[in-house]
Design a protein around this ligand. Sequence first.
Ligand SMILES: [Zn+2]
Length: 351
Amino acid sequence: MKFEQTPRREAPKGGREGFDADTENKRVAFLEDAAKKYLEEDVVTVEWVENILEKVDFKEVRNIFAEHARHAGVPDEKLNFVWPDRFFVLSDEHASSTFLYDPFANAVVISGSLFRSQLESKQDDENIAQYFLFGLFHELAHITAENRLQITDEKQGEHSKMLNYADVGIICRSGFNKINVSDRAASFVMFEEAITQAVATEVGREYLRRRPLDVFDNRISSTKYDEFCKSGVERKMPRVLAGQMRHFRAAQGFFERLSEHVAKECGVPKDIANRAFIAAHYSGSDLTPELRELIDGIVGQGFIERLAGAQTKSDFEHIARTYKFAPISDSMSKKVLRFFGFALESNEKNR
Ligand SMILES: [Zn+2]
């Protein structure tokens, strides 16, 4: 039976692979330089960011991510992580969103001007701090996923590494997300965002349970953060970005629905179904063929292809209409259980 030999049982993958140190060093030097320039024009924002970064216990944050990765069979030493020295506040030309993960530099880029617009808005500091934490845990959830760079065309690839996706010859994967630069094809972009946020919400909640964060005379608790992730983000983020949140929310809703369906049909708790997807985010750079076949079997033929291409709210609405999440057969349910059995098994082993 092929489900008994899934790649999960082979040597664990995970971590950050295929990125060379030379490119990373050059890229980091470039970001350091750009950050110095930005500091000259906007000390207030940079200091605000540094101040909150100092308050976060990164070691404890790493511990919690490592627990998730271990459940997925990724050993501690393989877990990719970044420390506060890899957070750079930069000007607009280098940062198109408030927070971005640059996999080549293994660094988080923060848009100084978008953040300044938050500081200058009428919001209180607590909300801005919540928004910062939302971004922080989200990017760390991308960072700790399996990130893999594959050069498919050496000549072009060498050239394009510094340019960050700007040329052909590179496949860049992060969790489920795969960007094939040669044909500009990207798959599972939004689905991966939904899984990333599921991890980020869980980790952030657990971190703040262990270490509530005191900022500006306010205490950010686990409960406050959880509420913020569920419904506060779009109201508190820069207006120019808020529109994108509806696609993000649609993807999250869809992921929850898919997990619920799998859980119900197979009689497992929903968080186990969730964890099976999260495990793939950590250990497998791509959806394994087994998981693909399984999900198509559960939801309907061709579903996975549709899901891979889904980018917007209407894409997700469309697949939800097309695929009705019908009851699955007993034999399919057995296959699914066998598959999730591995997730359960590795959960138990690592506890
Ligand atoms: Zn993201």
